[in-house]
Ligand binder design. Structure first.
Ligand code: G6P
Length: 362
């Protein structure tokens, strides 16, 4: 294959390890020496006209969109909806007066997303494709394109494209916020945060041995598992769950931690693995109390917490970065947990059963 694995046994692990470099590359590609963002004015003009953003995507890219919504709304005050492409295609929501569409797609070839873009073009609305593949179909058919610069992603389970998408969303929010003169976005030093993220990711990928052991202790024989969190940690929980189920075939759900008690807690038994993600100070105590509720019912809880929110007994400590960008670091241990769970079960981690890297049929 054109892209070599080098010393790595699998592409997935190689691509997880490449993430700090991808963050640095994005800073290089999208920031000028004077700290201003390098994004095409025509794109910013179209974006600035919009009264609402519609992010459309599938799979892991959809999960990157969930984080993007938080970034656009919290940093730049623009209402943002996130839609699963296959749902939007046949059941579009009521649109605002001036919608702007953002297609998130690693491959640029996903049929479900393409179908929506075709419709958007018929309606005559402006659009942006954020993709890893220059000249891909969705890139050619959208009004604007931004490239992820993540390098080829070979493993079927997406890792570095997810973090590149979130980082690029943050960069776009910054450029948009500056164009619109929005204080919070102007103050948010995205280049500096992404450099902190790159260093933080490096610390985490350097802890592989520890995470391999945690995967063994927590996930060796289980048939199901849960990730829980609130806010962006809930968005992350959904991606973490998808990653684990894709490569280890453990049935995993990502849940809003406060919602568990309204039904899903019935599934908690003695030893059920639950991973609690805690990165936002506003919600840390709430998620901890939800974790206590499942511990009381026998769950085996792994805490992944930011350094400043960590308490004794938390096993995975995340480097401190702005809570809005925390999925960029909290996703790393969850990717590694998925990788090692798959290894320990003896599966083909780069090519999980029933899955394709890019799904070009509806
Ligand atoms: C497939 C892949 C997923 C991916 C999804 C969307 O289902 O297996 O990993 O997230 O397609 O792909 P895209 O290229 O549009 O991001």
């Amino acid at each position: 294959e054109a892209v070599q694995k080098g010393a790595y046994a699998h592409y997935m692990l190689k691509e997880i390890d490449e993430q700090p470099g991808v963050m640095r590359k994005l800073v290089q590609e999208y920031f000028n020496e004077d700290g201003t963002v390098k994004i095409d004015q025509a794109l910013l003009d179209d974006l600035s006209q919009a009264d609402r953003l519609y992010i459309v995507a599938a799979g892991t890219s959809y999960h990157a969109g969930l984080v993007g919504k938080e970034l656009f709304e919290k940093l730049a005050n623009i209402p943002t909806e996130v839609h699963v492409a296959s749902e939007f295609a046949y059941n579009p929501p009521l649109l605002s007066e001036k919608p702007f569409f953002i297609f998130l797609t690693q491959s640029g070839e996903t049929a479900d997303s393409r179908q929506v873009l075709t419709q958007v073009n018929k309606w005559g609305y402006p659009s942006l494709t954020i993709t890893n593949v220059p000249n891909s179909t969705l890139s050619r058919e959208a009004t604007h394109t931004l490239l992820l610069h993540a390098g080829p992603e070979i493993a079927v389970a997406s890792t570095k494209a997810y973090t590149a998408q979130i980082a690029l969303e943050a960069i776009l929010v910054k450029a948009y916020g500056e164009a619109k003169n929005i204080e919070r976005a102007k103050e948010f030093d995205v280049a500096k945060e992404l450099t902190k993220v790159a260093n933080g990711m490096q610390e985490l990928v350097d802890e592989k041995g520890k995470i391999e052991q945690i995967a063994k202790d927590l996930l060796a024989t289980t048939r199901n598992a849960f990730y829980i969190g609130r806010g962006v940690d809930y968005a992350l929980a959904q991606e973490a769950a998808l990653k684990l189920k894709e490569v280890s075939y453990i049935q995993t759900e990502g849940f809003a931690s406060g919602e568990l008690k309204h039904g899903t807690i019935a599934l908690i038994e003695d030893g059920t693995p639950v991973v609690a993600i805690i990165t936002d100070p506003k919600m840390a105590a709430h998620t901890r109390s939800n974790a206590q509720e499942v511990i009381a019912r026998g769950a085996n809880v792994l805490f992944i917490a930011s350094r400043d929110l960590a308490v004794a007994g938390d096993q995975i400590i995340l480097p401190d970065i702005d809570p809005l960008l925390s999925p960029l670091v909290s996703v790393v241990p969850t990717q590694l947990l998925a990788y090692y769970a798959s290894m320990q079960r003896g599966y083909d981690v780069d090519k999980p059963r029933n899955l394709a890297k890019s799904v070009t049929v509806e």
